[in-house]
Write a protein that binds this ligand. Structure first.
Ligand SMILES: C[S@@+](CC[C@H](N)C(=O)[O-])C[C@H]1O[C@@H](n2cnc3c(N)ncnc32)[C@H](O)[C@@H]1O
Length: 197
């Protein structure tokens, strides 16, 4: 089974059920996202988190959204237009991330918060991947990871592709982040919050 998300399934990311069990605006605000901040969404898909983040940070803030799939980014741009949002900038990235690319230089404002939601289980080397994106964050800034719990369920990626919580915590320590808290969000997802020191 393929590890990377199939863009043909993109509408599922904005389902009513997802809104119920993963209320994006509430989660981002509870984790500390504020007006005027710079929010980085890695593996943004079609904007399930970028769109509410853009509303929270407002005109004085910025959202930078990264994905390997241009199809997903085009869908995000359409959704931005429907909501008359103009503070999200999208970037098509390679699998390994932004490090050593022009994007890294173009991004003048570093992030206050970075999100990796339902993406780390799709990448081959989570530690290398994180290390590549961390320079885009300011010092003391925050990383949020939301991902599928590693247990049998009727939805989501294949069990063997999921990143269990303990392995993720190990990766977080390996890349030098300070684990602030982690919790099971609901029957499907966990949340981890770590700070750059
Ligand atoms: C399951 S979707 C989640 C999208 C969004 N974060 C959300 O929660 O709604 C995973 C996204 O990660 C993207 N992706 C996978 N591997 C990636 C990589 N190495 N770099 C950037 N994006 C990647 C896929 O194209 C897809 O849009």
């Amino acid at each position: 089974m393929a590890k990377v998300f199939n863009p043909a399934n993109r509408d599922k990311l904005h389902s009513k059920e997802r809104e119920r069990i993963l209320p994006a605006q509430r989660i981002l605000q509870a984790c500390g996202l504020k007006e005027g901040q710079v929010f980085l969404d890695v593996g943004c898909g079609n904007g399930y988190f970028s769109l509410p983040a853009a509303q929270i940070v407002g005109a004085a803030g910025e959202v930078h959204a990264f994905d390997i799939s241009q199809e997903m980014l085009d869908d995000l741009k359409e959704r931005m237009q429907e909501r008359a949002l103009d503070n999200i900038k999208t970037y098509q990235v390679g699998e390994g991330g932004t490090c050593g690319t022009e994007i890294e230089e173009q991004l003048t404002a570093r992030g206050d918060m970075m999100l990796m939601a339902n993406i780390l289980h799709e990448v081959e080397e989570p530690a290398d991947f994180l290390e590549c994106y961390l320079p885009l964050l300011k010092d003391q800034a925050r990383l949020l990871v939301i991902d599928w719990r590693k247990k049998e369920m009727d939805k989501g990626p294949a069990l063997e592709h999921r990143l269990d919580f303990e392995s993720l915590e190990k990766v977080i320590r390996e890349v030098g982040l300070k684990l602030e808290y982690s919790r099971i969000l609901n029957e499907r997802y966990y949340l981890l919050v770590a700070d750059k020191i």
